[in-house]
Design a protein around this ligand. Structure first.
Ligand code: SF4
Length: 451
């Protein structure tokens, strides 16, 4: 067996998605994602040795990383970047599994006596926020938001308007999401083997199954299991338990609470709708001061890149403390076309780039992947994306008490400079709507329309 193209994930990992689909990992890319099976239809032990899983293993055993699944790792390795595969193969539990492949794996790719060491759990879209860059796939509140908004339009308008038609199609699939696991057998059967868990969602801290696992690990005193969260930090308690009481059993480096925090104050409340900044800020401080490792995972799009240096300094100051010395702000560019950095005009992007580079040479704030943001800032402006930004933002603001401009005033100026497209789209939405049921408040622009 050639080990050169082995990735330990197909022998030791599952990535479970909100619709129940089980993938080899979250790094796969391609038009046709490899799905081992569906958690709603089969148990994990059947899925782990499904034809799709066996075929992936067979390919790796023959020295081939399949391009349809592993293209991202292939490309990264070609240009010398550490791929997810290389990272996974270096994990402490990986060597034994890889060395044992000849003993555990049959010619057809079936693996016997496997141990699922790394669980990537995103098994529900249950969420208490509807962030602007998100979608019904990942947030149950988004499903509700779309249902409510579509009620403002008749079927003919929805059919004619691409954006509304696409939303209508999208929420049809909501019934496919797993709100709760059909049973907890997977957890009970594999809890003694797990070494690493990644909780995401949806919002993991409002999911029953998350608490079940955390309590189970605590009962078993398995505080050596590495845990990582992606959470919006709005809620730390659930059914009379507080996460901090359990988290503090883990060593600082074994557990990391990564907050999806893209802005502070009122700005955060528009970007991640549902945010109560006072609560989020209090929760971050509480976790930080308890000595639990915590970071900010900041998605950077057109709505927050405009004040990137100030934002990073504010977040770093919030996260850093003598009990959280490893604090840093992880930066990830948003790629959704309507809110990516490319929405902004070139002159504005150039100013931001210059300002951020000069700030970077002086700041004490620690960041990760700022180069990725510089890269995005150098991409050319796309007028269609800007148009979509105004269109979607005006739609999101319908029936709300405040608008984008109340939260992020810089956009009022941009709107003036780019032909007041926000109002044009807003008026168009109102025109197309079933009147008396839709409204838009826009105090900063001195016009208020309500029916
Ligand atoms: S090689 Fe990369 S894409 Fe393929 S299974 Fe491993 S981590 Fe995932």
């Amino acid at each position: 067996m050639s080990q050169s193209k082995i990735c330990v994930y197909p022998w030791s990992h599952v990535n479970i998605n909100p619709n129940g689909d089980v993938w080899p990992c979250c790094h796969q890319r391609g038009d046709q994602m490899r799905v081992y099976g569906n958690f709603k239809e089969d148990d994990i032990d059947t899925i782990f040795n499904s034809e799709s899983a066996r075929e992936l293993r067979r390919s790796m055993l023959q020295g081939v990383l399949p391009r349809d699944t592993c293209i991202k790792c292939i490309e990264y390795e070609k240009i010398g970047i550490k791929s997810a595969r290389l990272w996974a193969n270096l994990q402490p539990w990986a060597k034994e599994i890889i060395d044992n492949i000849p003993n555990t794996t049959k010619d057809d790719g079936t693996v016997e006596n496997y141990k699922i060491k790394f669980w990537d759990l995103r098994w529900s879209n249950l969420c208490n926020m509807k962030c602007v860059m998100c979608s019904p796939d990942w947030s149950s509140l988004w499903v509700q938001e779309i249902k409510n908004k579509l009620e403002n339009f008749d079927d003919k308008t929805i059919e004619k308007e691409n954006m509304l038609r696409a939303y209508k199609q999208h929420i049809k699939h909501d019934t496919l999401k797993i709100r709760h696991l059909p049973n907890k057998q997977f957890i009970d059967n594999h809890i003694n083997d797990v070494e690493h868990i990644y909780f995401a969602g949806g919002e993991p801290l409002i999911m029953d199954e998350h608490w079940y696992i955390l309590n189970k690990l605590t009962e078993l005193k398995r505080f050596n299991v590495k845990i990582k969260y992606n959470t919006n930090m709005l809620k730390l308690d659930y059914k009379r338990q507080n996460a901090i009481d359990l988290w503090k059993n883990w060593d600082y480096l074994k557990l990391s609470v990564e907050g999806s925090i893209d802005e502070t104050g009122k700005r955060a409340e528009w970007i991640r709708t549902g945010t109560v900044w006072e609560t989020v800020e209090k929760n971050i401080k509480q976790v930080r001061d308890t000595g639990i490792q915590t970071f900010s995972n900041t998605s950077v799009g057109c709505y927050n890149v405009i004040r990137l240096p100030e934002l990073i300094d504010e977040l770093y100051e919030l996260y850093y403390s003598p009990t959280n010395k490893k604090a840093q702000v992880n930066l990830n560019p948003v790629h959704n076309h309507w809110c990516s950095i490319q929405v902004l005009p070139d002159a504005l992007k150039r100013d931001i780039l210059e300002k951020t580079k000069s700030w970077e040479s002086k700041t004490k704030s620690k960041t990760n992947k700022i180069e990725a943001i510089y890269h995005e800032l150098q991409k050319p402006h796309d007028p269609d994306k800007l148009k979509m930004f105004w269109k979607r933002s005006s739609w999101l603001d319908l029936n709300k008490d405040s608008t984008l401009f109340d939260h992020i005033p810089e956009f009022a100026e941009l709107n003036d400079q780019t032909g007041n497209q926000y109002e044009k789209f807003r008026d168009d939405w109102i025109e197309k709507s079933l009147s008396k049921r839709i409204s838009s408040t826009n105090s900063n622009l001195c016009s208020s329309v309500s029916y």
